[in-house]
Design a protein around this ligand. Structure first.
Ligand code: SF4
Length: 116
């Protein structure tokens, strides 16, 4: 029996590089994960309109993507494990959709502007 990854591909048939590319292709390039977020005392997460300094807000792509962890160590590499745990990753994220992460895991959140 062929083992399937949680995003539907045979893990035995692809190399690790192909697997990485397949994984990265799940991103919809919406850029929302690259905006600053605020968490209140109740654990509710609010998205702000302040992007990461390295996000190209027009293309919604990272301007330093190949070297992002070197240049900006706070950047988080999304893994299958993390996608299921990060409360601020929105439900429309391509990774969350591919992994069919339950919406119950995400607390309510809303988008706010910086001037609120
Ligand atoms: S929120 Fe998800 S789909 Fe959107 S850019 Fe971030 S990783 Fe990609």
């Amino acid at each position: 029996m062929t083992e399937k990854g949680s995003f539907g591909y045979s893990l035995e048939m692809i190399t690790s590089k192909e697997r990485d590319q397949t994984w990265e292709n799940l991103c919809k390039k919406c850029g929302l994960c690259c905006f600053e977020k605020i968490e209140d005392e109740q654990g509710t997460i609010f998205f702000t309109s302040t992007p990461c300094r390295y996000l190209d807000v027009v293309t919604r792509e990272c301007k330093i993507y190949p070297r992002r962890f070197e240049i900006y160590p706070d950047c988080i590499k999304l893994t299958e494990d993390l996608v299921g745990k990060l409360p601020w990753l929105h439900d429309g994220c391509g990774y969350r959709e591919a992994l069919d992460v339950s919406k119950k895991r995400n607390p309510a959140r809303r988008k706010v502007s910086d001037d609120e």
